[in-house]
Design a protein around this ligand. Structure first.
Ligand SMILES: *Cc1c(COP(=O)(O)O)cnc(C)c1O
Length: 354
């Protein structure tokens, strides 16, 4: 349509996992947590003073940032909150990259929103291929010509995690430019680089309430980093939307982040199910990448990725298939409850005739 800008006409938007409503599915395609949010988070929602919704949310998000800071062992000045970590990641591009600069560098197989953000903000990017086994040689990323680097750890959609012992020298080796670590799945790995943000002012760690905190529906994410980086994000946010996190969301997420005991338990359950599901998939003839996240990336010895995806969908189980180079033989399977995982396994047995 000619009323649209050139950018709106030509950008390639991100494709989110499908949310079909034609029937009830066992939904293992978007990495949501199968367990409910903490009782404290739900109480914060139910007890919320609705009369106060007539007022704009607290601009500084003080209570939420204090709660996150306490949980992360940092200062509230070093915390930035946004409407989902996707928004926080989006704001990183105008905050840390120039349109006529050396651009961003990230892996070929990683969160597919990164190149979309680059396209939207007109920022060039360099793709650094992962190794044959989908691990990332960080020295190759360090060698890339770029204004800043992005790494999802654990990576998506592979689930492979990079130990903290490898992250620190990588951050140190890139002292002159920003390193953004997307730790959306870190609760299931437990090797967060947040403590390093106190030593390295080039490091920004981005986290979300969507996966570990079972709050994908409320849309909140945050970043932890040096005051200089956080200020860059604030300047960009305040040039776009000063109130991205609503009042109820602030209260619910502050309650959630203060309930570590509850989430330690749900996370342990996901991690235990992840191991059980991986073994069961291997028995069915799948090669499963070692996962540090709440999903598995698996390829069958005989059947194609798309065929498995379609066969499961017919049987009422949704998984995520990416029709892309290097990974089209795979499916990304969210770890669900034991019952959901059993439903997946039984659908697979039917599909594979076992
Ligand atoms: C899910 C996910 C996010 C973003 O989640 P939000 O719901 O926007 O907070 C960010 N990065 C990766 C790698 C993800 O998988």
């Amino acid at each position: 349509m000619d009323l649209l800008s050139r950018r709106a006409r030509t950008i390639a938007p991100y494709t989110a996992g499908e949310q079909p409503s034609d029937r009830r599915y066992v939904k293992l395609n978007t990495n949501e947590n199968p367990y409910p949010p903490s009782p404290r988070a739900m109480a914060a929602y139910l007890d919320y003073d609705l009369d106060s919704l007539k007022l704009y949310p607290p601009l500084e998000m003080r209570a939420l940032r204090e709660a996150i800071a306490a949980a992360e062992g940092v200062s509230p000045e070093n915390v930035f909150c946004g409407n989902g970590s996707d928004e926080v990641l989006a704001l990183c591009f105008p905050a840390f990259f120039d349109e006529d600069g050396a651009g961003a560098a990230f892996a070929d197989v990683t969160y597919s929103f990164y190149p979309v953000f680059c396209g939207f903000f007109g920022i060039p990017h360099t793709v650094v291929p992962l190794e044959e086994d989908f691990t990332q040689d960080l020295s190759k990323l360090t060698a890339a010509k770029a204004q800043g680097l992005l790494v999802a750890n654990p990576n998506a959609p592979t689930g492979i995690g990079i130990p903290l012992a490898q992250i620190e020298p990588f951050v140190a080796a890139n002292a002159g430019r920003v390193v953004i670590l997307d730790e959306a799945y870190m609760p299931f790995f437990g090797q967060s680089a947040v403590p390093l943000t106190k030593m390295y002012e080039n490091l920004l760690v981005v986290k979300t309430f969507s996966k570990g905190y079972s709050l994908a529906g409320i849309r909140c994410g945050y970043a932890v980093g040096s005051r200089g980086l956080i200020e860059g994000l604030e300047r960009c946010r305040d040039s776009f939307n000063s109130y991205p996190v609503d009042r109820v969301c602030q209260a619910v997420c502050a309650a959630a982040v203060s309930d570590a005991a509850y989430y330690a338990e749900t996370t342990a359950r996901v991690v235990a199910e992840r191991a059980r599901l991986a073994r069961a998939l291997e028995e069915l003839g799948f090669a499963v990448l070692p996962s540090c996240a709440n999903f598995l990336f698996a390829r069958h010895a005989e059947r194609g990725g798309k065929e498995i995806y379609a066969g499961l969908r017919e049987r009422g189980v949704l998984v995520r298939h990416f029709d892309k180079p290097r990974i089209s033989a795979y499916n990304r399977i969210t770890v669900g409850t034991a019952a959901e995982n059993d439903a997946l396994l039984s659908a697979l047995r039917g599909l594979l005739g076992r």
